[in-house]
Structures are given as C-alpha cells and as structure tokens.
Ligand binder design. Structure first.
Ligand code: CTP
Ligand code: MG
Length: 231
C-alpha cells in the first residue's frame, strides 16, 4: 500500500552542539538527512516526500538533494519554531486522501518492513506508531521518590515513523492548533481526540541522532546496513 511521507528537518540541533543544524553532519559520506530520505526514495510504496526546512537553509538543502539524486521530494515547506509547527506546514501542503507518515529527518535507520507494517495498521485503525519495549526496569518516581514499578510489558518507547489516515492527522492537527495545544509527537494530537493509535514494534536501531554519542552508534549502524546491502 502506498503512502506519502512528511519529514520535519527544520530544527537547529542544539543538543548535538555542532553550532549548526545537525542534519548536515555526515554519517559515512552523506549528511544524516540524506540517509533518511534515501530510505523513502528507494521504497517503491513511497509516492512522495514533503520536507519542512528553515527558510535560510533551503538553498543548501536543495543543492544537496540534487547532488545525492533525491527525486521524490514533492514540496519543500517552511518549518516553524516548534517541531509540531513544521509538521503542520507539511500537512497544509498535502491534500490527497490516503496514508501519510511523519518521520524525523534525524532518524536515518528506519527499516522498510516497519514502514510497511505502520502503513497497513494505520489503514485499519486510523493511526499507528513505531516504538520499542523498554529494556530496563521502569519506575514511577515523582520528585525522586519511588512510588511503584511499572509493568514493562505495557510500556513503549515511542519513535517515528507515525502513520495516519490523512483526514485523521489533518483533523487532529487543526484541533491542536485551535486549542493552542503543543504535543511532543503527532499521536498525542490524535489521542486527545479520543481516537485509537496502534503500537507497531519497531527496532532499537531506529535511534534519533540527538547528541554526540548517537553519532558513534550511527557510524556503527551504518557500516552494518552497508554490509547488508552488499549481501
Ligand atoms: N524539527 C523541525 N522543526 C523544529 C524542530 C525540530 O522540523 N522547529 C525536526 C528536526 O529537524 C528533526 C526532528 O524534528 O529532524 C526531531 O527533532 P529533534 O531531534 O529534537 O531535532 P532538533 O530540534 O533540531 O534538535 P534539538 O532539540 O537538540 O535542538
Ligand atoms: Mg528538538
């Protein structure tokens, strides 16, 4: 089943501490965001990419897209001061019914099998998001005092992609805007409307390149992916 992907890339990467948008940092020979876009470029089920960027970075990003042969970008929109606003700009640039994915440009290690499962589950349930089970024991400790241990089986660490029927995402985003509600992911906007969101088991390698340590891990993951591609 086909889908369109919306990719927010308009952040500033403060926690990475590079002094500029971390997405331009290289993993192997390519900028982080190119690795992410390549996954969708190469997925036959992906019909188009909508990218949110900072206005001042647009020329450089366009040049890099051309240099690395990314051809599926259908629109480049101006991002906002918050991630949610950048995604909202992508949503406004899209009109077609069908399944849309939202995926962080900073997560280059997403697997096509997970994408396919998300698309299929969103088609059934309206919304489906990728996540992994917590590996460590999880405790609830308000103000640093342990109140209880939480059943790990029920806890998910949430990632992107998050997949939606387009009308569900659009309505959720409009309602959030109307209420001045700022969520930390798109699923939250759907949850607050009382609509179902299905969890899909993703992979631990789908880390967001956030701090310097993530780049070390990223280089290792990249060599593994490249080995697989040779096989
Ligand atoms: N993003 C965006 N618009 C924003 C903020 C973030 O499009 N106003 C994008 C980032 O470019 C990234 C994704 O959302 O691809 C996830 O955000 P995050 O990892 O937090 O990136 P930054 O916000 O750039 O990093 P930091 O929070 O450390 O400044
Ligand atoms: Mg951020």
């Amino acid at each position: 089943m086909n889908y369109t992907v919306m990719i927010p890339a308009a952040g500033s990467g403060k926690r990475m501490g590079a002094g500029y948008n971390k997405l331009f940092l290289k993993l192997g020979a390519q900028p982080i965001f190119i690795h992410t876009l390549k996954v969708f470029e190469d997925d036959p089920a992906c019909e188009g990419i909508i990218l949110a960027v900072k206005q001042e970075e647009r020329p450089e990003i366009e040049a890099i897209l051309t240099r690395f042969g990314i051809s599926k970008v259908r629109a480049i929109v101006e991002g906002g001061t918050e991630r949610q606003y950048s995604v909202a700009a992508c949503i406004r640039a899209h009109t077609e019914a069908g399944i849309v994915l939202v995926h962080d440009a900073a997560r280059p290690f997403i697997r096509r099998a997970v994408i396919a499962e998300l698309v299929s589950q969103a088609n059934i349930h309206g919304a489906a998001i990728a996540g992994v089970k917590a590996k460590d024991t999880m405790k609830l400790a308000p103000n640093g005092l342990v109140e209880k241990t939480i059943d790990r089986e029920q806890l998910w660490i949430v990632q992107t992609p998050q997949a939606f029927q387009y009308d569900v995402l659009k309505k959720a985003a409009e309602e959030a805007e109307k209420d001045h509600f700022l969520g930390t992911d798109e699923a939250m906007l759907v949850e607050r409307m009382g609509l179902p969101v299905r969890m899909v088991e993703g992979t631990y390698e789908n880390v967001k390149m956030t701090t310097q340590e993530d780049l070390v891990f990223g280089e290792i993951l990249l060599s593994r992916v490249q080995e697989e591609e040779k096989e």
